[in-house]
Structures are given as structure tokens and as C-alpha cells.
Design a protein around this ligand. Structure first.
Ligand code: HEC
Ligand code: HEC
Ligand code: HEC
Ligand code: HEC
Ligand code: HEC
Length: 486
């Protein structure tokens, strides 16, 4: 008896000392590189894309009194796809893979082209981890009939030496078999597509035929025959540019997944009704731009172009969004999500990670998710820690911005405002502009519930003059004139 009690006390003490020593927290951010990965389901005839998915992750250590640290050496990240443990039989890829890709040996069952399976470890790639070529299908083990294009992957971060679990996360591994040549009702069969190439010398009309073997595609790393066959993206969009209406998303969904999947689900589509053509142009533009030198897959639209968000929100020079990093060496996607799935997304699984970390959906914007103390300098895109405080929880009569006080001020001033949220919470922004109309600070950028709040602007690093504080929420906008006198 005694010894058991003693052991219990000892283990309590031990547990206590462990918690005392480990005030470090870990934040794991995982995402898919593209907002969607299409793949063929059947490979005996027309082959556009194999099952091939990519997961990225970054691990952040949050220690008391220190800046957040992006860590990788000495840590490992394991991945799995809950409810989806095998792929053989959900697609006939493994029957044809060796022949299609000219592999020296047959591909092991359930292993993809790069040697990855449906579970495993991400590779350490510097300040991030990634796994390329996960051969996932859209079919969960318990439903081999309906596609589930927005399944979750599960990541677990561990200390490599001790194998201690540090933290975990879940995010979407998007995959769809909705490549619609026949499904869309356009072609009678895949064979009929192959028959169209009868006159091309050396063409195997029986299949399987990898289109990218002659028509170069950066998606598969093929150059193909650049003179006769030309790029796949050029051929496919040029050949089908007659599809109408040219400006409808339904046109792109004939081949890109698709009427069921609706791969475009991001904030720009949901809140601003943007469609494929707003960013990529019509089929004709996609094709013609290649003739004029655009490299398919490598030259794509960018957030930072002048007609979109401008240089303060730009990718790294010459880099794609999915390969660019911003604040603190973090990938754009780590806070914003994948292309075409930029959060807040229509699909709740896309929103899960940020919801768990900061308690509301949308961009990862809460500085204190990663920072152990309120940062005093500017964060992503120059956004300042707002440090706003809720000074009254009563629901105010209406939305209102009060005059800042003191005013004139030096160096800091307080700005009080009332929020009356229509549906629980409302997105509120409060920004400061100089007399030329340039944005100089963001004081508030978050979802707030009804109540009275107070924001503080510390203008220590600004020069004397007149500034305007503009608050926006829903349809409301109000402005304050503030005078900094040093
Ligand atoms: C053996 C090489 C080869 C393969 C494999 C191949 N193509 Fe082609 N393809 C060509 C050549 C060469 C041309 C251009 C000659 C022509 O216009 O007939 C062409 C032309 C095309 C065109 C334009 C035809 C037109 O009428 O304008 C399309 C569309 C096309 N290919 C799609 C595909 C698709 C889809 C696949 C996969 C099922 C594929 N190709 C596989 C060699 C190939
Ligand atoms: C007839 C089928 C089809 C339709 C319709 C279609 N696409 Fe595609 N698209 C493809 C295929 C196949 C690829 C893959 C090409 C490759 O592997 O290089 C592709 C690739 C792309 C790419 C990446 C390659 C590049 O050129 O940068 C973009 C962007 C794209 N499509 C945009 C669109 C948009 C926008 C629409 C609607 C206006 C559209 N597509 C409609 C079949 C289609
Ligand atoms: C708000 C702008 C926007 C809209 C709307 C949009 N795209 Fe894109 N698209 C992009 C950007 C930006 C990239 C480049 C992503 C990157 O750099 O990682 C891209 C890349 C692509 C690619 C190449 C693969 C990839 O993900 O990088 C394809 C294919 C594509 N888009 C198809 C489509 C289709 C089809 C639609 C409509 C269903 C669509 N896009 C709607 C901005 C957009
Ligand atoms: C540490 C997190 C973080 C990283 C990393 C990050 N951003 Fe942001 N981004 C934000 C926050 C917070 C906002 C504020 C608006 C919001 O809540 O969406 C924002 C806003 C934006 C906007 C919308 C601006 C507008 O006009 O509303 C764009 C575009 C953008 N970021 C692009 C990028 C690009 C490109 C990268 C990579 C080079 C990147 N971001 C990296 C956090 C981040
Ligand atoms: C997703 C995690 C994350 C979020 C959210 C985040 N940061 Fe950071 N921040 C980092 C990392 C990582 C660093 C890099 C620390 C280093 O340089 O070692 C950093 C560095 C900084 C620095 C120091 C920059 C320097 O090197 O001088 C400041 C200031 C800062 N962040 C402010 C903010 C503010 C303000 C916000 C909220 C608006 C914010 N951060 C949100 C992860 C984050």
C-alpha cells in the first residue's frame, strides 16, 4: 500500500515537474500545395494524371519570452489519411503504371511514383516538411462509390530522439477523379478520343496513352515534342475553346473538377463571386497566352499583380504562390490555405486548422497563436498587433466609431468603437491612413462579437501630422481625423 502511494506521489511530482519545465508549445501548420489534385480513375486508355498528392507542413516552437521559431532539425512529422488506407482496387493505376511510365520494375501495391504510400513520414526540406506523390484516391474505405474530394490528412509532430508527440493537425488532401471527357457527355468513349490520333505516326490507338508523353506538361515534368504536338495545355484549351458560354465556370468544370467537386471554393469565389475566368481568362486566353510565351503551370496569376492586391501582398519575386514565403519564413499557404481554397472556404474541412488555432475561421491572423507575447513591431503585410480590449459586453444600439482620445496625441491614442453584429460575429477592420491616402497601419482585423471595444494606436515611429482612422464592417464605414503632434 505504502509503496503504491509513494509511487503515485512520485509520479504526480514528476508529471508536475514535466509541465513546469515544458512551457514550450508547438504549432503545426499543414496544407496541400494545390487546392485540387485531379487524377484519372482508369488507366487503360487516356491518361492525363496519376494519383499524386503533395502535403507541406511547418512546425513552430513558441517559448515564453522568445520570438516564435520555425523548427525542423530533430523533429519528424508523420502523415496518414484517416478512413483511407489503401488505393489498389479503388483505381486500376497499379495495373498500368509500369507500362505508362516506363518503370524498370512494377510499382509496389499502394505505393506511388515517388515511393510514398498513404501513411509515412514527411521529408525534412529545410524550414519545412513535405511529401510528394502520395497516391490517394477520392474513395474512403467505407464508400467505394461516391467521391469524397475533401478528405482530411492527419499530421503528428514528434521529437525524433524521444518519439514524444508534440502536437498534431488536420487539413484537406483534395483529390478528384472528375476529369470529364466522357462523364461530361462530350465524348462517347475514351477510345473515340484515341481514334482521333490515328494519323499520328507511332501512336498506340489501343492505349494506354499518356497524353503528356508527346504534349509536354510541367505537371508531369515532360517536355514532349515541342514542334508538332506542342504543349498539352495549349492543345487541350485551344481544341475546346468553342465550348460556351466562354465566361462561365461551368465551361471549366467540363474538365477541371467539376460539377460535383466544384474545386473553386475560396473566399474570392464565395464572397466576391469570382470565377476561373476573372483570374485566368477564357479557354482562348489560356491557350493563346502559351503561344505568346506563357509557360503552362509555371506562369500563373499572382495575388501581387497591380490589378489585384498589389505589392504589399505579393508573392516572392518570380515565384508561384504555393512556393512563396512571407512573414517569419512561413509559406503564404500556412496562413491563407491552398490556391483555390484560400480561407475562409466553402468547405468546412478547409477551415478546420485555423478554427482550432484561433477560435474563428479565416486567415491565420491572431498574432498570439505563434507569439508568446504581444509583438511590438509589424507582422504580416505590416499589420500591427491590435491589442484591442473589449470594455463592455452589452449589445450596443448601433455601430459607432468615437473620436480618439487624447487628440492631438503623442505618441499613442485610444479609439473606442461599438459593434452590433448581425449574426454572432462580424469581420471588422480598422486602418490608419496618412494625408496622402496611403495605408500606414492596421489596428483591427478580426471577427468581433457585439460589444464596445477600445483599440490603441502607438505612433512612436510615425512623424507629426494628420492621420485618418477608418473602420469598416459589413456595410458600415466611418472615419476619424487624428492629429499626431510630437
Ligand atoms: C505519340 C504522340 C502523341 C500522343 C501520345 C498524343 N498526341 Fe495529341 N497530338 C500529337 C501530334 C503530333 C499532334 C499534332 C498533329 C495533328 O494536328 O494531327 C497532336 C494534336 C493533338 C490535338 C489537337 C488536334 C486538333 O485537331 O487540333 C489535341 C487536342 C491532342 N493532340 C490531344 C491529345 C490527348 C488528349 C492525348 C492523350 C490521350 C494526346 N493528344 C496524345 C501527338 C500525340
Ligand atoms: C477540355 C477540357 C478542359 C477545359 C474545358 C478546361 N481545361 Fe484547363 N486543363 C485541362 C487539362 C487536361 C489540363 C492539364 C494540362 C497539362 O497537364 O499541362 C489543364 C490545365 C489548366 C491549367 C494549368 C496549365 C496552364 O496552362 O497554366 C490552367 C491554368 C487551366 N487549365 C485553366 C482553365 C480554365 C480557366 C478553364 C475554363 C476557362 C479551363 N482550364 C478549361 C483541360 C481543360
Ligand atoms: C482568384 C484568382 C483565381 C481564380 C478565381 C482561379 N484561379 Fe486558378 N490559379 C490562380 C493562381 C494564383 C494560381 C497559381 C497558384 C500558385 O502559384 O501556386 C492558379 C493556378 C491554377 C492551376 C495550376 C495548378 C495550380 O493549382 O497551381 C490550374 C489548373 C488552375 N489554376 C485552374 C483554375 C480553374 C479551373 C479555376 C476555376 C474553377 C480557377 N483556376 C480559378 C488563381 C485563380
Ligand atoms: C503569418 C501569417 C501570414 C502569412 C505567412 C502571409 N499572410 Fe497574407 N495576410 C495575413 C493576414 C493576417 C491578412 C489580413 C487580412 C485577412 O484577415 O485575411 C493577410 C492578407 C493578405 C491578402 C489580402 C489583402 C487584402 O487586400 O485584403 C493577400 C492577397 C495576402 N495576404 C497575400 C499573401 C501572400 C502572397 C503571402 C506570401 C508571400 C502571404 N499573404 C503570407 C497573414 C499572412
Ligand atoms: C503563424 C505564426 C505567426 C503569426 C500568426 C504571427 N507571427 Fe510574427 N513571427 C512568426 C515567426 C516564425 C517569426 C520569426 C521569428 C524570428 O525571426 O526568429 C515572427 C517574427 C515577428 C516579428 C519580428 C520580426 C523581426 O525579425 O524583427 C514581429 C515584430 C512579428 N512577428 C509581429 C507579428 C504580428 C504583429 C503578428 C499579428 C498581426 C504576427 N507576428 C503573427 C510567426 C508568426
Amino acid at each position: 500500500m505504502k509503496s503504491i502511494k509513494f509511487l503515485t506521489i512520485l509520479s504526480i511530482l514528476f508529471a508536475f515537474s514535466v509541465t513546469l519545465n515544458s512551457q514550450d508549445q508547438y504549432i503545426l501548420l499543414g496544407w496541400n500545395d494545390l487546392g485540387m489534385h485531379c487524377a484519372n480513375r482508369y488507366f487503360s486508355k487516356v491518361v492525363v494524371l496519376p494519383p499524386y498528392n503533395n502535403i507541406y507542413a511547418q512546425l513552430i516552437k513558441k517559448s515564453p519570452g522568445m520570438l516564435p521559431q520555425v523548427i525542423s532539425a530533430g523533429y519528424k512529422i508523420e502523415y496518414s489519411i484517416p478512413g483511407n488506407t489503401y488505393s489498389v482496387g479503388k483505381t486500376d493505376f497499379w495495373t498500368y503504371a509500369q507500362q505508362i511510365f516506363g518503370l524498370p520494375n512494377p510499382l509496389p501495391q499502394n505505393i506511388g511514383l515517388t515511393g510514398k504510400g498513404l501513411t509515412g513520414e514527411l521529408d525534412n526540406s529545410g524550414n519545412y516538411f513535405k511529401a510528394d506523390g502520395i497516391p490517394v484516391t477520392p474513395f474512403q474505405d467505407n464508400n467505394l462509390i461516391s467521391e469524397n474530394p475533401y478528405q482530411l490528412f492527419h499530421l503528428v509532430a514528434k521529437n525524433s530522439a524521444t518519439n514524444t508527440v508534440l502536437t498534431y493537425t488536420d487539413n484537406v488532401i483534395p483529390v478528384s477523379n472528375e476529369i470529364g471527357c466522357v462523364q461530361s457527355g462530350c465524348h462517347s468513349s475514351e477510345q473515340s478520343i484515341l481514334n482521333g490520333h490515328e494519323s499520328v505516326p507511332g501512336f498506340n490507338t489501343n492505349g494506354p496513352v499518356l497524353c503528356a508523353s508527346c504534349h509536354g506538361s510541367a505537371a508531369l515534368g515532360t517536355t514532349g515534342d515541342t514542334i508538332e504536338a506542342k504543349k498539352l495545355s495549349f492543345r487541350i484549351h485551344d481544341k475546346h475553346k468553342f465550348i460556351t458560354p466562354t465566361n462561365s465556370i461551368a465551361t471549366c468544370y467540363k474538365c477541371h473538377p467539376g460539377p460535383n467537386t466544384q474545386c473553386l471554393r475560396d473566399v474570392m469565389n464565395q464572397n466576391f463571386s469570382m470565377t476561373c475566368q476573372n483570374c485566368h481568362g477564357t479557354m482562348q486566353t489560356v491557350a493563346n497566352s502559351i503561344q505568346q510565351g506563357r509557360r503552362p503551370w509555371l506562369d500563373e496569376p499572382s495575388c501581387g499583380s497591380i490589378s489585384c492586391h498589389g505589392s504589399n501582398y505579393a508573392e516572392e519575386p518570380g515565384k508561384l504562390f504555393r512556393l512563396s514565403k512571407g512573414h517569419g519564413g512561413l509559406f503564404c499557404s500556412s496562413c491563407h490555405g491552398s490556391p483555390h481554397a484560400i480561407v475562409p472556404s466553402r468547405v468546412s474541412n478547409d477551415n478546420l486548422q485555423n478554427m482550432r488555432l484561433q477560435g474563428h475561421i479565416g486567415t491565420l491572423s491572431d498574432c498570439l497563436v505563434c507569439h508568446s507575447t504581444p509583438p511590438s513591431g509589424p507582422g504580416p503585410h505590416g499589420i500591427m498587433y491590435s491589442g484591442i480590449s473589449n470594455i463592455n459586453n452589452q449589445i450596443p444600439e448601433k455601430f459607432k466609431l468615437y473620436q480618439n482620445y487624447p487628440n492631438p496625441f503623442n505618441p499613442s491614442t485610444k479609439i473606442k468603437f461599438d459593434i452590433r453584429a448581425k449574426s454572432g460575429r462580424e469581420h471588422v477592420t480598422m486602418k490608419v491612413y496618412n494625408i496622402l491616402g496611403n495605408e500606414v497601419a492596421t489596428l483591427v482585423n478580426e471577427e468581433l462579437s457585439s460589444g464596445t471595444y477600445e483599440a490603441v494606436w502607438n505612433a512612436e515611429n510615425f512623424s507629426s501630422g494628420t492621420y485618418f482612422c477608418i473602420i469598416r464592417t459589413g456595410n458600415y464605414i466611418e472615419t476619424n481625423r487624428m492629429v499626431l503632434m510630437k
